[in-house]
Write a protein that binds this ligand. Structure first.
Ligand SMILES: [Zn+2]
Length: 109
């Protein structure tokens, strides 16, 4: 009797990468399991200005800039919008210019 039992090497693939961005969102309203699901499902965000092609960010373009500020008028961080560093900088400058010209609000209460 030839006993040919192959030992399956179970690779303990513990690849728990703790990618923390130094933010505490524990009081967001969902459980830890939901949080993990969301983390696995979420797609990689791409910078809208890089994909769109050659369309410069203008301080006069209120419609576009509105997408990058909160309803309170604050500029959204790039980790939320997925904008690249280069275009985020341009957005910040454009929003600040627009605020100065009263196109966008400084603050909404
Ligand atoms: Zn970009």
């Amino acid at each position: 009797m030839a006993d040919t039992q192959e030992m399956m090497n179970e690779s303990n693939g513990q690849s728990e990468r703790s990618e923390r961005y130094g933010q505490d969102r524990s009081d967001k309203g969902f459980d830890k399991s939901d949080k993990k699901k969301y983390f696995l499902k979420r797609k990689k965000k791409v910078c809208a200005f890089c994909t769109k092609g050659a369309e410069p960010i203008s301080y006069k373009d209120e419609k576009t800039l509105r997408k990058y500020i909160t309803e309170n008028g604050r500029i959204l961080p790039k980790r939320v919008t997925g904008t690249c560093q280069k275009h985020q900088r341009e957005i910040v400058v454009a929003v600040k210019r627009a605020r100065n010209l009263a196109i966008l609000p400084y603050e909404v209460r």
